[in-house]
Design a protein around this ligand. Structure first.
Ligand SMILES: Cc1ncc(COP(=O)(O)O)c(C=O)c1O
Length: 431
């Protein structure tokens, strides 16, 4: 449907020599341009943007807060008391971990949350200048470290699970240079989920080497193999917070609550870490890790987070904790779409790149990874673009594997037949 010449011309118009040079926003722009030129709708599987309608609970809470006059006043740097209380209850109900309300910070999404944690580590302990990323991962977090002036170490977790994962980490931690370990669980893009045993090991290493773990729970409760939807009942969202005091959990409103546009998230900071004093922070007139993050980093970056989205997230968390709102039931839809697309791809000669979780099948969720034999990830991205399907190559996500990431959030039921038709045409042409 799009010729090679058309694709190359569109790339040139964007100032790109090949798909290899494109970042995620470039791929979206490219697919939109080709969509217009060909007059055919593309199937957009490239962006990790939530595709579901948020709950009315959120809208009502925002409207009420705005009518109450919140727009005229600055929010507190670390957020409003209602969200602190709600997030603390949420963490207890769905992770079974205690974090005091005073140790919750509101952020303009986890993007700001991870940036502020890295910035805090950078100033708290300047002798440790390296962040260890468990890859593949959300690449912009590496850019955050780079902007702050932190170094990065990383490795691909694919062939390195269980004890091997811990051994690999320990080799790097022994250098004494690592201040922070970062991973997302479930993992963007591979959708592997670290097990409780692995998290226990990571927690033990964090304590032994005095390193903080930044656990990115952007895809909270989305391991749909387990029912993580019941408050105060096992199974709970697995977390390293059970196994060390050196942790920060980033809990975002974006995906679990489909609230990305309002830029709202929380950091749940270990009670011990929040109050821990670091001498170098004295230069900024504060002592504790948490006071530096909220009173210096969040203050100087954005002076807090808008009131109304904080009320929205708090209201959804309150309703979830009280059993009035099953947020997991809403997002299960992503799993259904993943299952459909995986079935189609596997029937047409594709294979899954990250294909198992400690030997068990992966969950169906927000992302999965796939590849077609005999191609590089850049070739596959470019070829699928010609069939009206936009995907994202793994190369830029710290992966050692060849393949592409598929995001399930934008495809609609009405596009299912079109997806099958295009994949089948692709397979027929590439046999
Ligand atoms: C792993 C991961 N962390 C963080 C984010 C960003 O979250 P937020 O929208 O809360 O800034 C994303 C978004 O795609 C993500 O995939």
């Amino acid at each position: 449907m799009v010729s090679k010449e058309q694709l190359n011309a569109a790339l040139a118009r964007q100032g790109l020599q090949s798909v290899a040079q494109a970042n995620i926003r470039d791929i979206q722009t490219l697919s939109k341009a080709l969509e217009q030129e060909s007059g055919e709708p593309f199937i957009h599987l490239e962006m990790g943007v939530p595709g579901l309608k948020p709950s009315d609970i959120a809208f009502e809470a925002e409207v009420e807060a705005l009518k109450g006059g919140c727009a005229a006043v600055y929010p507190p740097n670390a957020g409003i008391a209602r969200l602190h209380e709600a997030a603390s209850r949420f963490v207890k109900a769905f992770i079974d971990v205690d974090v005091a309300p005073a140790h919750i910070c509101a952020t303009t999404g986890s993007m700001q949350g991870t940036f502020s944690v890295m910035m805090t580590m950078h100033h708290a302990n300047p002798a440790k200048d390296t962040v260890l990323f468990i890859d593949p991962g959300f690449n912009v977090q590496k850019t955050q470290a780079q902007i702050i002036g932190l170094k990065g170490e990383h490795f691909d977790v694919h062939h390195c699970r269980g004890q091997q994962l811990l051994d690999r980490m320990e080799d790097i931690l022994r250098t004494g240079k690592v201040c922070l370990i970062v991973y997302s669980n479930p993992n963007n893009p591979s959708w592997i989920c670290l097990s409780d045993e692995e998290l226990q090991g990571i927690g033990a290493l964090a304590t032994r080497y005095d390193v903080v773990v930044l656990e990115d729970l952007a895809y909270f409760a989305m391991d749909f193999r387990k029912d993580l939807s019941r408050p105060y009942e096992a199974p709970f969202q697995p977390s390293v917070a059970k196994y060390t005091d050196n942790y920060v959990m980033a809990i975002s409103g974006s995906k679990a609550f489909s609230y990305a546009g309002q830029r709202i998230g929380t950091l749940a900071i270990s009670d011990r870490l929040y109050v821990r004093e670091y001498a170098p922070l004295g230069a900024f007139g504060v002592k504790s890790w948490g006071d530096f993050l909220s009173g210096r980093v969040l203050y100087t970056m954005s002076s807090g987070t808008a009131h109304a989205p904080q009320h929205a997230l708090a209201a959804m968390m309150e309703a979830a904790v009280e059993g009035r709102f099953d947020f997991v039931a809403e997002i299960r839809e992503y799993g259904r779409r993943a299952k459909f697309m995986k079935d189609v791809l596997l029937r047409h000669g594709f294979y899954l790149v990250y294909d198992n979780d400690l030997g068990a099948p992966l969950a169906d969720g927000f992302y999965f990874t796939t590849q077609y034999p005999g191609m590089t990830d850049i070739e596959l991205t470019a070829e699928l673009m010609r069939y009206g399907i936009a995907v994202f190559p793994l190369e830029s996500m710290g992966s050692d594997e060849q393949g592409v990431r598929i995001c399930t959030s934008f495809i609609t039921d009405a596009q299912f037949p079109l997806f099958e038709q295009r994949i089948s045409a692709f397979a027929a042409d590439h046999r």
